[in-house]
Design a binder for this molecule. Structure first.
Ligand code: DCP
Ligand code: MG
Length: 658
């Protein structure tokens, strides 16, 4: 886009997520689709953002060209040696003993809608709205209509397109039906999203004396029998290849790659690099433009250059792709690290009221812990004062607790040590869980101390009664003005293995690695590779790493604006919960700007409270809550009026392009 010679057909170089082919889009008139998308988005913020991204990639490519030019004849044999060594090591790790199956439901949301409304059969249809579509059936794909495309563009491409609104309850219901079937083949299957999963069918094949082809066919048949939906399956010695394979005979098909080294290397040799999960638009462009790499085999041939230009982590990934390697182990279930509950309220210093609120929070936390059979030993109290100072106080107990009474007792003592104080938020978090669930065994069964000392907690960081506190951390921080304005209650962390990252984060080199040194930063690469290994896809707007998900205090989705946070979520994946503006998940920077805007708005509001005294804090909170409620109502009643800004208004400046 833009940077190549555009001539009189600028759309030819306009490649966006919408112009990428998905299954069922093989016969599409690509140039026509590109032209329409180009014309409809030209001049929009989206377009500008695409241009920015393009410029950024160009810059990366240029830097790498410069680095390449600096490599001397002496350097290359060295890097070739490094590459050869790595390839040998990777080859030694090849595991052909497992049979992995990747299953992906066909046009999932669209298929569910058609199942429930057969009159949609045969018609081009999309699930979503004029603003954004989640998916399209295969009839619509023939016109170039695809997931994550604004509906008004889809409508332009296919004027007869039928739009059906999303209904996540339905999709979850059908997803659960499919998972019941998956469990029979692999109780530890890995769910990659609502409609995708990885199953280790090694045992299933061996125990029943069936070939992987037979198991795949049977599984697909069972899914169809029990849900009425079709799916596609790929079978391979590892998850990375299984995912590639499931796309080969889509829809309603399967492809089996045997557990044989020769078969794997032949398969991978001509495979375009973009087919690999973890290699997105950025990585593809860089590898192509800098090193002329198009196929996976070429990753091996250019191994020395890869070693010279990229981090160990990226290089290992690229070389392992070149060898057709991928994950074969079943990742251990990520265990929950903490569970929490918190409330925001109008600032008050009234002690009985605060203690009552704390009791309510303790009850919620206890109920949540009981549901999950958790017993914890470290209790953290989080306080946000009227002036937005955030304090946390943690106590580690000598016994594991779960009951409301016990949590309340310890939490109250900690709180009382902080009072008098005017507070606007309190939260309780329990961590350090017992390994085996469901019986309250003490961590230090009958230590001498427990005989000698009584069970009081003194909630002071400096004066700790050692009887029941083995640690006491004082994480007192003067914090930024956080602006959680709603009363909410959420548990942190999840045991969920599902990882869905946005298009950008699913790209090994897409993250900010514009480095002038010889190596690129490796942290984000590691994420890319990790996520890829778990089969991430471009479905949701999450830039959290797994660790962040586990350790988040409140667990609710917050959008970070520098060190500050606005409680803003994207309803249905693209509607701002605060004001109703719609922005697709790929608008990462715009979303960031948008949350910053709300943060500024809220801070301004708070400042006016303190500055003028006209508004009480309570009114300020109420006002924000009201604004949120209004936004929601507007979304429901008149999606194109008021503060609700439809995506097309954002997407296209002026109506001329419509
Ligand atoms: N989805 C979404 N946003 C995207 C991509 C997908 O909301 N950008 C949703 C709608 C899809 C579901 O996730 O129905 C599954 O995604 P897939 O990529 O598997 O797409 P489909 O199942 O619709 O089609 P396919 O037959 O290509 O698998
Ligand atoms: Mg699917």
């Amino acid at each position: 886009m833009g940077t190549t010679s555009d001539g009189d057909r600028p759309w030819q170089s306009y490649h966006t997520a919408y112009t990428n082919a998905k299954a069922g889009m093989e016969g599409v008139d690509k140039e026509k689709v590109q032209r329409i998308i180009y014309e409809m988005s030209k001049g929009s913020k989206y377009f500008e953002n695409e241009k920015r991204k393009e410029a950024y990639i160009r810059q990366k490519v240029e830097n790498l060209h410069t680095l390449c030019a600096k490599l001397t004849d002496k350097d290359m044999p060295h890097f070739q040696e490094v590459a050869n060594k790595k390839i040998l090591e990777l080859e030694a790790s090849r595991d052909l003993s497992k049979i992995w199956l990747h299953i992906d439901m066909d046009a999932f949301y669209a298929a569910v809608e058609t199942l429930e409304n057969p009159s949609l059969k045969g018609k081009p249809m999309a699930v979503g709205s004029m603003s954004m579509i989640c998916t399209a059936n295969y009839e619509a794909r023939k016109f170039g209509v695809r997931a994550a495309m604004p509906g008004f563009i889809a409508h332009k491409l296919c004027p007869d397109l039928v739009f059906v609104p999303t209904n996540f309850e339905k999709y979850t219901y059908y997803s659960e039906l499919t998972r019941k079937v998956f469990r029979r083949y692999d109780p530890d299957f890995i769910a990659a999203s609502l409609d995708e999963a990885y199953l280790n069918i090694t045992e299933s094949c061996n125990e029943r004396g069936l070939s992987s082809e037979e198991v795949a066919a049977e599984l697909r048949n069972n899914i169809y029998e029990e849900t009425g939906l079709t799916c596609s399956v790929g079978v391979a010695p590892n998850r990375l290849l299984a995912k590639v394979c499931s796309d080969i005979n889509k829809p309603n098909g399967q492809y089996i790659l045997p557990n044989d080294r020769k078969a794997v290397t032949t398969f991978i040799s001509s495979l375009p690099i973009r087919k690999i999960g973890g290699i997105g638009k950025v990585t593809e462009t860089i590898l192509k433009d800098v090193l002329g790499i198009n196929t996976c085999e070429e990753l091996l041939q250019k191994g020395a250059f890869l070693c010279a230009l990229f981090s160990h982590c990226s290089t290992d990934f690229f070389l392992s792709v070149g060898l057709g390697l991928g994950r074969t182990d079943t990742p251990e279930q990520k265990l929950r690290k903490s569970i929490s509950s918190e409330r925001t309220f109008s600032a008050t210093g009234d002690e009985p009221m605060l203690l009552q609120k704390l009791a309510d929070i303790a009850e919620t936390l206890s109920n949540d812990m009981q549901k999950e059979c958790l017993w914890g030993r470290t209790l953290t109290l989080k306080l946000k004062t009227a002036s937005f100072e955030v304090r946390t106080r943690a106590v580690s107990l000598q016994k594991f607790i779960q009951s409301k009474e016990e949590i309340q007792t310890y939490a109250s003592k900690v709180l009382k040590a902080e009072l008098p104080l005017s507070l606007r938020l309190m939260g309780l978090r329990m961590s350090q869980f017992r390994d085996d669930k469901c019986s309250p065994r003490d961590p230090m069964q009958k230590t001498l101390a427990s005989f000698v000392i009584s069970g009081n907690v003194t909630a002071s960081a400096t004066c700790v009664n050692k009887s029941s506190i083995s640690e006491f951390s004082d994480e007192h921080q003067i914090c930024d003005a956080q602006t959680d304005l709603s009363v909410h209650r959420e548990s942190s962390a999840s045991n969920d293995n599902k990882i869905s990252l946005s298009y950008e984060t699913n790209d090994v080199l897409a993250s900010n690695q514009l480095s002038c040194g010889l190596k690129f930063a490796s942290t984000s690469n590691a994420d890319g590779i990790e996520n890829m290994g778990n089969g991430c896809s471009e479905k949701c707007d999450s830039v959290e790493t797994k660790n962040e998900m586990i350790s988040n205090f409140s667990g609710h989705k917050t959008v970070a604006a520098s060190s500050q946070k606005v409680e803003l979520s994207w309803v249905d994946g693209y509607i701002c919960s605060v004001c109703g503006i719609e922005m697709p998940p790929s608008f990462i920077e715009e979303r960031q700007e948008h949350s910053d805007y709300h943060l500024a708005e809220m801070l301004q509001e708070e400042e006016s409270v303190y500055g003028t005294g006209h508004l009480t804090q309570e009114r300020s909170v109420r006002k924000a809550l009201q604004a949120k409620e209004n936004a929601r109502k507007k979304l429901k009643s008149s999606p194109n009026k008021g503060r609700h800004i439809p995506i097309d208004a954002f997407f296209i400046k002026g109506k001329k392009n419509l």
